[in-house]
Design a protein. Structure first.
Length: 348
């Protein structure tokens, strides 16, 4: 009998030299997959994405915010990752666009453990392994790539190790973020450093990242989809992808009102774009976004909040928070996370 013929979990070719290694699909029990729409590793169902735009349809397969969580006493954790698309861009590291990073959760605190770094010459596959210092039961979170699309991922553990469901998040319903490339995670150095991920660890919150690089245009179809989600909080942050002031004027309040009508008690945080060195009309954009907030409050809305994105980078020194004057680096994302954390801590 060949065990590979009856158990596909053993049918994984690997060059990792670990005799006790076994691989299991991340789609199988007891692994928990967070940050998806329920269709494999997609953030948005393809039918809904198609109704929004061709760009959103393509980006829905990028795994920003997708996490694999589990508990194990294995002394090592390995990954075997197959991609349907690998993103390479000049101003963002490959470990950010295509790599994975791993955290443990112990005594109420997340600790960074390692990154699984794809080689520069990678085509559509890589594998890697990390060894702990000792063998003990640990809660594991693995963050998937921000700007690439994973078709299959297998988790490698000691064949004799225990494997259980991981610790549940504090909130049973996720925080939902909708926005631009900044929301998606550009240009964090690794997946765990996007601002939704930082907030998730600091407050132990589940979340869904609906950031669509260059393609968050405040479409009514996207707002209608978001109304179907069971959320604990909603963050509206697509300012940067609105091509003109007139465009955001015609879409922003409408988008908010579609979501609010179906979710009358939902906490909604409205945020303008963070520090930007070249958007000359940033003040007018912010005024229009703030007007959405002001009109809601004037109408009796007690669950809407406004964050002035332009001031978020002031915490650590303004333009030091970006890669290119637009996209945050890790410092910029930490600034954004610290500002939003003030609201999340009491709302969620």
């Amino acid at each position: 009998m060949n065990i590979k013929d009856i158990d596909k979990n053993f049918n994984i070719e690997t060059k990792i030299e670990e005799k006790n290694l076994r691989f299991i699909s991340a789609l199988e029990e007891p692994f928990d997959l967070y940050g998806t729409c329920g269709e494999r590793y997609l953030r948005l169902p393809l039918n809904d994405a198609t109704r929004v735009s061709a760009g959103v349809k393509q980006l829905a397969a990028n795994t920003s915010g997708v996490r694999i969580r589990f508990k194990t006493d294995s002394k090592f954790v390995a990954v075997s990752v197959r991609y349907s698309d690998v993103c390479r861009i000049e101003h963002m590291s490959l470990v950010g666009t295509a790599g994975l990073d791993m955290y443990t959760y112990e005594s109420g605190k997340y600790s960074y453990r390692t990154l699984f770094l794809p080689p520069m010459n990678m085509d559509d596959f890589f594998e890697s392994i990390y060894y702990f210092d000792d063998q003990s039961m640990r809660d594991i979170t693995i963050n998937l790539p921000l700007y690439s699309s994973v078709s299959d991922i297998y988790i490698g553990l000691d064949k004799n190790a225990l494997l259980e469901h991981g610790e549940r998040y504090k909130n049973k319903r996720p925080v939902v973020y909708y926005g631009s490339s900044i929301t998606q995670g550009g240009c964090a150095t690794r997946p765990g450093n996007s601002y939704p991920s930082i907030i998730s660890r600091k407050l132990n919150l589940d979340f869904l990242n609906l950031g669509f690089s260059g393609n968050a245009k405040g479409e009514a179809e996207m707002a209608e989809y978001i109304t179907t989600l069971d959320m604990s909080c909603f963050v509206l942050d697509y300012d940067f992808n609105a091509p003109t002031v007139e465009f955001i004027k015609n879409t922003h309040r409408q988008f908010f009102e579609i979501v609010r009508k179906k979710n009358p008690m939902l906490p909604i945080i409205i945020m303008s774009m963070p520090y930007n060195s070249w958007v000359k009309d940033i003040g007018e954009r912010k005024r229009i976004i703030k007007e959405t907030f002001d009109l809601a409050v004037a109408g009796g809305d007690e669950n809407v909040y406004f964050v002035d994105g332009e001031k978020t980078f002031d915490i650590f020194g303004g333009d030091s928070g970006t890669v290119d004057g637009t996209h945050p680096n890790d410092l910029g994302f930490m600034c954004m996370a610290l500002e939003l954390e003030k609201y999340m801590e009491r709302l969620v």
